[in-house]
Ligand binder design. Structure first.
Ligand code: GTP
Ligand code: MG
Length: 138
C-alpha cells in the first residue's frame, strides 16, 4: 500500500468543487487518509514548487497557489502515486483524457485544479511538509 500527496488548488476551492473532485478520487479506489483546508503562504508555495523556480511561469504559479485556500490531502491505495497521476490527467487540461480531474474541472494549465506527487521521494517529502504523523489515519 502506498501514499501520495494531493492539493486541491485555489481554482477548485473557489468554484466549490472539492467534493466533486474527492468523488473522482474515491471512485478510483484511493482513500483520503488526511485532509485539511489551509491558506498557503508565499514562502510555502515557493518551497513547494522550488524545482520550477527557473521556469518562466514560476511567478504566476506561486501567485495562483496563494490566490485562495487549498485543501491538502494524503491519499492511500495500491500504486497510489501513479494511480492519482492517472486520475489527474495531463498538466494541460486540453490534453487530458475524458473522465480525469483536469479534463472535467481544470480551467487552464495554470489553474489545473489539483496537484499530485510525481514519485515516492517527492511524496514522502510533501506529506511530511504538510502533515504530522498523528494527522494521518489510514
Ligand atoms: P503538479 O501536480 O501541480 O506538480 O503538476 P504536474 O506535475 O502535472 O506539472 P509540473 O510539475 O510540470 O508543473 C507544476 C505546475 O506548474 C502545473 O500543475 C501547472 O499548474 C504549472 N505549469 C506548468 N507548466 C506551465 C506553463 O507552461 N504555464 C503556466 N502558467 N503554468 C504551468
Ligand atoms: Mg509536478
Amino acid at each position: 500500500i502506498e501514499r501520495t500527496f494531493s492539493i486541491l488548488k485555489p481554482d477548485a476551492t473557489r468554484r466549490n468543487l472539492t467534493g466533486a473532485i474527492n468523488a473522482l478520487i474515491e471512485k478510483a479506489g484511493l482513500r483520503i487518509v488526511a485532509q485539511k483546508r489551509v491558506q498557503i503562504t508565499r514562502a510555502q508555495a515557493e518551497t513547494f514548487y522550488a524545482v520550477h523556480k527557473e521556469r518562466p511561469f514560476f511567478g504566476e504559479l506561486v501567485e495562483t497557489m496563494i490566490g485562495g485556500p487549498v485543501v491538502v490531502q494524503v491519499l492511500e491505495g495500491e500504486d497510489a502515486i501513479r494511480k492519482y497521476r492517472d486520475v489527474l490527467g495531463a498538466t494541460d487540461p486540453s490534453k487530458a483524457a475524458p473522465g480525469t480531474i483536469r479534463k472535467e474541472f481544470a480551467l487552464s494549465v495554470g489553474e489545473n485544479s489539483a496537484h499530485g506527487s510525481d514519485a515516492p521521494e517527492t511524496a514522502a517529502i510533501e506529506i511530511a511538509q504538510w502533515f504530522s504523523g498523528n494527522e494521518i489515519v489510514g
